[in-house]
Design a binder for this molecule. Structure first.
Ligand code: NAD
Ligand code: ZN
Length: 344
């Protein structure tokens, strides 16, 4: 079958022929219907050899949806023909975190070498993919896989981040979304759907700011040194009750810390390497700073419910598997509007 692989440190991903995967006990084989392109793929492909831990060659794709093609011995919860989305943050299934459905925070994954598809295990950018357990599948329930595959990360990750801050986001509050790309443009819609907050979006790109307004941001401003003042001006000096930073580089983390209200939340989702000094005089009183990773299985179901209710629509650009390297080029150039989706 065809697959998109990252094969050599520092090189562009390539479409190659690989053997068809065969389903083993407990596993599920999917015919992939859609696979999403995430900025995290670009991040790992930019790592130097000494920091790269994902194995080579790596079939990319940690956002996946498919139709069940075959099931291994012992699989009883899904059957051939079922349309499913893949819950990507695979865990052991036995520890305290996994027992709560929080496999994103599995206590044993690292020690047992369990890695998500596309981030260690072969991912969804291929004609077929193996899922290690039926536990890692969620029914699509009538949702179009191409339009919704990105909810498995670009939806789930902001949903988890926002849900944790919900007690601070009642009516009359303000939430700021920094970076309105794949995750951010879904985050804006989730905030509008489940919180009472006024949503201010920040980005460096005018087209992304236009998209932010289109998907529901009340205000969209350039992300620059003036943004702290602009947000304080719009909140009678109080600042933002929650800031979600979907970029995470030093300038955006500085903005996030600078505009957080007393008792506000700063949630750094982007893995741009920025750091926020926390301590008296460094940040507002009682500001909580968090660095969440992905989300729980239950939250994935909830995000798909939001999509079924019509509250969340992912803006997509589609590509064939052969065109997938071009999608990564466009992502690198910052030209993707919303999310790029590969249809194998
Ligand atoms: P993306 O490329 O689709 O979007 C990034 C957006 O940030 C773009 O709109 C870009 O114009 C904007 N931007 C760039 N510099 C900016 C600045 N200085 N100020 C404001 N906006 C700026 O990326 P994505 O796929 O949405 O991913 C966003 C980040 O989240 C990446 O760092 C990715 O690796 C990370 N991520 C983290 C998790 C997690 O679990 N924590 C999960 C998925 C992705
Ligand atoms: Zn676990």
């Amino acid at each position: 079958m065809k697959a998109l692989q990252y094969r050599e440190i520092g090189s562009a991903p390539q479409v190659v022929d690989v053997p068809d995967p065969e389903v083993g006990p407990g596993q599920v084989l999917l015919k992939v219907t859609a696979a999403g392109v995430c900025h995290s793929d670009e991040f790992i492909m930019g790592l130097p050899a000494e920091q790269y831990i994902y194995g080579l060659p790596l079939t990319l794709g940690h956002e996946g949806a498919g139709i069940v093609e075959a099931v291994g011995d012992g699989v009883t919860g899904v059957k051939p023909g079922d349309a499913v989305a893949v819950y990507g943050p695979w865990g052991c299934g036995r520890c305290h975190m996994c027992a709560q459905g929080k496999e994103n925070y599995c206590l044993n994954a690292e020690a047992e070498g369990i890695r998500p598809p596309g981030l260690g295990a072969p991912g969804s950018m291929a004609e077929y993919m193996l899922v290690d357990s039926e536990r890692h599948l969620v029914p699509l329930g009538g949702l179009d896989p191409v339009r919704n595959v990105s909810l498995t990360d670009a939806g789930l990750t902001p949903y988890h981040a926002i849900k944790t801050s919900l007690p601070k986001l009642g009516a009359g509050t303000t939430a700021v979304v920094i970076g309105t790309g794949g995750l951010g443009h879904v985050g804006i819609q989730i905030l509008r759907a489940i919180s009472g907050a006024t949503v201010i979006a920040l980005d460096v790109n005018d087209e992304k700011l236009a998209l932010a307004r289109e998907v529901g941001a009340h205000d969209a401003l350039l992300s620059n040194a003036d943004a702290v003042r602009a947000v304080r001006e719009r909140t009678d000096g109080r600042g933002a009750d929650a800031v979600f930073d979907f970029v995470g580089i030093q300038p955006t983390v500085d903005l996030a810390g600078g505009m957080a209200a007393t008792e506000g939340d700063v949630t750094i989702v982007g893995i741009g390497g920025g750091a926020l000094p926390v301590g008296f005089g460094r940040i507002g009183y009682d500001v909580a700073v968090r660095t969440p990773y992905w989300g729980s299985r239950a939250e994935l179901m909830e995000v798909l419910d939001l999509a079924r209710a019509g509250a969340v629509n992912v803006e997509i650009e589609t590509y064939t598997l052969d065109e997938a390297p071009k999608a990564y080029e466009r992502l690198h150039e910052g030209r993707i509007r919303g999310r790029a989706v590969i249809i194998p």
